[in-house]
Design a protein around this ligand. Structure first.
Ligand code: KIV
Length: 281
């Protein structure tokens, strides 16, 4: 479904905030003001997204799917994430920029986690990193935090572990998994994470977790009870075509719009209509 609200029904952006920090996000949770987060992987999209007033930009490892065409997020490398993150950072004036630590750069090795996070912060200028998992990556989270690097957690559907779970279906429907998710969320908060993404879990569980935590939760496919929402910008704009999860609201159909513009250009070139007299020297 393509949807967009008329201008007079849109919530205004908090223009008083000059630069969104982790402390601003915490204050937003306390004031019950929802946090809006979107992905960006390049300068142009980051500039538009930041100018629109987004609170958080995630340089997600979904770049592996969206930008590189891989089936999963596993192949993307640390160097590639740093390239995407530095392009985004050059565009952003207001939003907090969070960068995913890619698969294989932090799991099971806290020293590697620290080195990877330091490279992201030093070489891209990003403001925080995101890591998938709970108790399994406790040591890595602890070590990255010990260097003064803000960490966002990510629980529920964690795409870097897709081969462990086998499917992209809703997580934590069963009581044991839901209990583990709640424990992991409390653990991440206790370690010092500044927020947690909750992906594709039942809305009731996401609401419970959000109420139990003092730090903000950001949901994707987790209902309206989280402290904020995140989507992949290319999905929201309809630039991607073959992805139709129930949680996705498409605000535009840019695939068709852009395809139409490119077809017009092709016709104009073939008909020797472009360039015209005014479009040459
Ligand atoms: O990589 C990504 O885009 C993400 C979001 C879907 C939360 O992790």
């Amino acid at each position: 479904m393509v949807s967009s609200l008329p201008k007079n029904q849109r919530m205004s952006v908090n223009k008083e905030v000059k630069r969104v920090t982790t402390h601003v996000l915490q204050a937003m949770k306390e004031k019950e003001e929802k946090i809006a987060m979107l992905t960006a992987y390049d300068f142009s999209m980051a500039r538009i997204t930041d100018a629109a007033g987004i609170d958080v930009i995630l340089v997600g490892d979904s770049a592996s799917n969206v930008m590189a065409g891989h089936e999963t997020t596993l192949p993307i490398t640390l160097d590639q994430m740093i390239y995407h993150a530095s392009s985004v950072i050059r565009a952003v004036k207001r939003a907090l920029v969070v960068v995913d630590l890619p698969f294989g750069t932090y799991q099971g090795n806290s020293r590697a986690a620290l080195d990877s996070a330091i490279r992201i912060m030093k070489e891209s200028g990003a403001h925080a990193v995101k890591m998938e998992g709970g108790q399994e990556i406790e040591e890595s989270v602890r070590r990255v935090l010990s260097a003064g690097i803000p960490v966002m957690g990510h629980l529920g559907l964690i795409p870097q572990s897709i081969y462990k779970f086998g499917t992209y279906t809703v997580r934590a429907r069963e009581e044991a998994e839901a209990r583990k998710l709640m424990d992991d969320a409390k653990l991440l908060q206790g370690l010092g994470c500044f927020g947690i993404v909750l992906e594709k879990i039942p809305a009731k569980l996401a609401t419970d977790v959000s109420k139990h935590l003092d730090i903000p939760t950001i949901g994707i496919g987790a209902g309206a009870g989280t402290d904020g929402q995140v989507l992949v910008t290319h999905d929201l704009l309809g630039l991607t075509q073959d992805f139709h999860p129930r949680f996705l609201r498409r605000y535009l159909d840019l695939f068709t719009t852009i395809q139409g513009a490119i077809q017009s250009y092709i016709s104009d070139v073939k008909a020797i209509d472009f360039p015209n007299e005014d479009e040459q020297y």
